[in-house]
Write a protein that binds this ligand. Sequence first.
Ligand SMILES: Nc1ncnc2c1ncn2[C@@H]1O[C@H](COP(=O)(O)OP(=O)(O)OP(=O)(O)O)[C@@H](O)[C@H]1O
Length: 304
Amino acid sequence: MIEARGLSKQYGKKTAVDDVSFSIRPGQVTGFLGPNGAGKSTSMRLMVGLDRPSAGTVTVNGRRYAESPAPLAEVGALLDAKGVHPGRSARSHLRALAATHGIPDRRVHEVLEQTGLGAVANKRVGGFSLGMGQRLGIAAALLGDPQTLILDEPVNGLDPDGVLWVRQLLRHLAGEGRTVLLSSHLMSEMAQTADHVIVLGRGRVVADAPIAEFVAGGQGAQGERVRVQSPDAARLAALLMNASGVELDPEGEQGFTARGIAAAEIGRAAAAHGIELHELSPLSSSLEDAYLALTRGELEYQSA
Ligand SMILES: Nc1ncnc2c1ncn2[C@@H]1O[C@H](COP(=O)(O)OP(=O)(O)OP(=O)(O)O)[C@@H](O)[C@H]1O
């Protein structure tokens, strides 16, 4: 369990994290979302004692990370995959880490196999691809067999196989009852990996909910949408526009997306007027839709 209470971090005049409180529970994967600069990495750094809070506290399993007698066995973190000496091999890097933390050497072999690095374990890390570097960072995080995992953008640079592997690994670790926190900007991946999401915007918590609830909330805000294709789309559109609260977005010559009206009602109107339908599909809201709707006002760095 990771608990933040009134947590703040100030860098000069910049407030990176602004009085946030949350609990990240064991047994599930929690996704940390938010636009660039929202404070995700800073919050993660505070969790593992790489920075000191300006105010408030953050604890892992009830104590501050710095107070843990065996920190790597308590928390495994991937915060910056670049912090490895390029001349070292993956195996020697992990061995050194294990030795300084009293972790048995057999764990090095185990995590190399677990992360698919067995075949390249003796190669120089300097020659590693971005994805191999990410795997090594994940191997280091797993080394102490920790109860809590904190991973900042773990799938960054991984190929589709690697992305799938991370998803299955994190689901497995959460299934064993561990606390798993990850940040990612890949919404479709997050939707398939996380059980719960915490969204930050400008240093504050703007949402903290089970993922299904979060997505459903976005749907409510946006209204259910229905995609319609018909050779007589213009006539059908004119009919539907008579109903109050209906909005239509044209999609080519022969279709539109309707909002504010159920698919069944559209089908009924079409049948009553002998209009041929080629498609009538309710569009389910996605994590991305819900996220974009929520964070529209929270962007620090906005596209023109
Ligand atoms: N060491 C630092 N000194 C000054 N400002 C910092 C420092 N670290 C972070 N910031 C600022 O704090 C804010 C939050 O940054 P942070 O990296 O935590 O955001 P993030 O949500 O992880 O963003 P991203 O998605 O881009 O990784 C940003 O405005 C950033 O510029």
